[in-house]
Design a protein around this ligand. Sequence first.
Ligand code: GLU
Length: 541
Amino acid sequence: MDFKDLADLIFPNAKPVEYYEEKYPSRDLKEGAVVTRVAPSPTGSTHIGTLYQALVARTIAKQSEGVFFVRIEDTDTKREVEGGIDNITSSLNYFGLGPDEGMISGSEEKGNYGPYKQSSRKEIYESFAKKLISEGKAYPCFCTEEELTADREKQERIKRRPGYYGVWAKCRNISPEKAIERIKAGEKYVIRFKSPGNEARKIKVSDGIKGKITFPENDLDIIIIKSDGLPTYHFAHCVDDHLMRTTHVIRGDEWLSSVPLHIQLFEQSGFKAPKYCHIAPIMKNDNGNKRKLSKRKDPEAGVSYFAEIGVLPEAVKEYLLNIANSQFESWRKGNKDKSIEEFQFQLNKMSVSGALFDFTKLFDVSKNVISRLSADEVYNYSYEWANKYDEELANLLKDKDYSLKVFGIERNNSNKPRKDLAKWSDVKENIRYMFEKPTEFDFGKIDGDEAKKVIEEYLKIYDINDDKQTWFDKMKDVAEKCGYAREVKEFKASPEKWPGHVGDVSTVIRVALTGRQNTPDLYEIMQVLGKDEVEKRLKDM
Ligand code: GLU
């Protein structure tokens, strides 16, 4: 009786690994093309970290004319939630990060290297585990939970490293005969990897993001097939990324410490290890403490939050590129109108420690993105958002022609559009005065009687048909008439001569019409409000 008999007993029907090697041949890609993936577990709403990894992985694949795929890692059935896969695939689609291959919905996939859902790959893992067992590189372990717990406690007590290794790896030297006997007797078991490592030896790894790192070799005999017959993450990663011909494993840096194990698994399986690239997580500043974004505490950790507050997916992606690559910002400055797809992303320029999530920066980026949209686009996006999240705004926007004029202010015919919208949830307060008469007025340094006089004088000469120059000249006329300086310049030269200048006069009109001291171009606002509404609002004042 030898290892081969043991392997045959455990996995009698497993196909030879050659079958899969042939079925999933090396990819025929141009020199230098990289194959990347994102491999989330369907454990709930999509985390911003998944999006971040997908963005980086996809960008790297695209710019090398390689392949980006989505694999669902659902071998931990206890953590899986209903609809989890749909959640991931639809989030990726929503953010324009759909894959070339892999899962595209809860039940569909595309591509020749599937199945792309680990729970559908059981037979494949069995083949590769069988090969390892038959070569004496993996073995059945019969240790019970109680035995393992007792060993762990003992290790703690006598201050030894925890884990299943060396003398603690009790089942690693059970002979095939004995193992066969115990299996036949109905004993429960898992399959463990027989690590050839020695903790005292070091290995050097060059991570695509973190750079050169030295680790102790792995010597843990980790579980590769659990008692439920499904693989652990470690083994599934090794088999899948080999067969799917992944060249670059871009993943969260919580896996960094597993690299020595993973490299060993690849070696022992006879595979070429991929290039590892470990991304630092997005962090949050919590009262001076830097911590990982948490779905429980931080709404921005869940990607659906951005749709809810109405930040465009494009803006979120652009923001993530900003925190991912320090040169992105200067590239954007020099390439204002280019698509982010044209930015040459460099993995080795990613930050080694986690970048902080910064709403101010996100909204800044987002304002720029929205400033590049046409009035039509702004209308369509905000109306669509409003129909989902804000009925009151949806009602305001019902009159499409008028709304388009409102969104066209300082946008149509402007080469420097205003940057006052960061998200669709800002729209209502931003444009409300264009739809409803304001109810609160603060004229600043001008008192009520003065304001009244200015409005009265203005009403006498207001004409909707005036061009902008005439309109402005009339403001100056009113200023003069009410005893204010016609020109800001002359006021500044001798401020003691006047109570204010033409700017203060237009502020009165602005506040009377909009309830605000700060608005986009007043001339345009008045053109859009129209003669009747302007006169009505001024008279009501
Ligand atoms: N399923 C693993 C996770 O959710 C993926 C790690 C990887 O990308 O390999 O963290």
